[in-house]
Design a protein around this ligand. Structure first.
Ligand code: NAP
Length: 343
């Protein structure tokens, strides 16, 4: 099989590290790999498939000869370097929010809209982590019985904010248990033993940007502009794994058993739903796994066409690195590496 020259921008970060691990675990056809980060990491050495590779500062010339560039270094870096990488002939798969809502940039979850990859012009966006796991669980139901409205409340792990947030929770947990004061740096308040209903900035409409991403990205990925969506996103003191309480209103009634039958067959979904033995998805158990876990499926007592469920996935893996690599795999399988598209 042909090998590809891959660059990882943000290779020293949480998602970058997960990129390396996932490429290895899935036997991705890598011919060569460039590890890129900020100038602070220039010269650091990381292991890829038992080989030590030097990290380099990300520069415009870093993308010469690269086939696939996986970006996870924040929106500003993506905005600056992605067009340069695409100009150099690489296909960029970007984890940041920089291009997600650009009409000409496909926003892809391979279990939902793989065919959108085809119309890329050199940049493909990876959706927000909370959105990815929700659409993997909801799209198979939507195909059978169109969804009219979604109410979702998220319980998001600190790893979604990056390595500094993981360090902050670790330190604060220790400080609280030892009776010391905590000083928040990453978040506006202490995160240890606390919950913060603030992820990303507040918008004029009272929602946070994270909540609004769930609204807009879900509609774009599912090609369903009419779905009414309201989200509340909360940061919780969990290291890995986002959890979501999702309430869905369908066009017609759907029984919990029918939803379970559909989800048992759905790609990327694993059903964990047996209240008798306290079986339901938990972030602790989802960490390090590929699937989107669904459980607590029940009739929504407040609506005749409603279902409620609990959805959990590893935010760094399916919510970021794995989804991006699945996009690359799909692109290779369908021979859509070169920008073509309908327009
Ligand atoms: N964590 C998640 O669950 C998740 C999910 C979906 C999307 N994302 C997105 O992925 C991106 C990275 O997230 P993360 O969690 O991996 O963050 P992180 O752990 O804080 O890592 C940030 C990475 O960006 C690099 N970076 C910072 N400034 C740079 C610069 N000027 N030039 C080049 N590289 C630079 C850092 O390199 P240094 O080590 O050299 O500073 C590091 O490799 C963000 O856009 C985030 O929104 C994250």
């Amino acid at each position: 099989m042909k090998g590809y020259r891959v660059a990882i921008v943000g290779a020293t970060g949480l998602v970058g590290q997960e990129f390396i691990k996932t490429l290895e675990q899935r036997d991705f056809p890598v011919e060569s790999i460039s590890l890129l980060a900020s100038d602070r990491s220039d010269g650091k050495r990381l292991f890829v498939s038992h080989q030590e590779i030097e990290v380099k500062e990300t520069l415009p010339e870093s993308f010469k000869g690269i086939d696939i560039a996986l970006f996870s270094a924040g929106a500003d870096i993506s905005r600056h370097f992605s067009p340069i990488a695409a100009q150099s002939g690489a296909v960029v798969i970007d984890n940041s929010a920089a291009f997600r809502m650009e009409p000409h940039v496909p926003l892809v979850v391979p279990e939902v809209n793989p065919e959108d990859i085809k119309r890329h012009k050199g940049i493909i966006a990876n959706p927000n982590c909370s959105t990815i796991q929700m659409v993997v669980a909801l799209y198979p139901l939507h195909r059978v019985n169109p969804i009219k409205r979604i109410i979702v409340d998220t319980y998001q792990a600190v790893s979604g904010t990056g390595k500094a947030a993981v360090e902050e929770l670790t330190l604060q947990a220790k400080q609280v248990l030892e009776g010391q004061n905590t000083v928040p740096h990453v978040y506006p308040h202490q995160i240890a033993f606390n919950i913060l209903p603030e992820i990303d900035v507040f918008l004029d409409n009272g929602y946070t940007k994270e909540e609004w991403k769930m609204v807009e990205e879900t509609r774009k990925i599912m090609h369903a502009n009419d779905i009414a969506i309201s989200a509340t996103c909360a940061r919780v003191p969990v290291f890995t794994g986002h959890s979501e309480a999702v309430h869905i209103e369908f066009s017609r009634p759907m029984s919990p058993d029918e939803a379970r039958r559909i989800l048992t067959q759905a790609p990327g979904v694993k059903l964990l739903d047996d209240p008798v033995i306290s079986l339901y998805p938990q972030p602790w158990a989802a960490a390090g796994t590929d699937e989107v876990f669904v459980g607590r499926i029940r009739q929504d007592a407040s609506h005749p066409r409603g279902l409620a469920m609990w959805v959990v996935a590893d935010n760094v893996r399916k919510g970021a690195a794995l989804n991006a690599i699945q996009i690359a795999e799909e692109m290779i399988k369908r021979e859509w590496l070169h920008p073509g598209g309908e327009e």
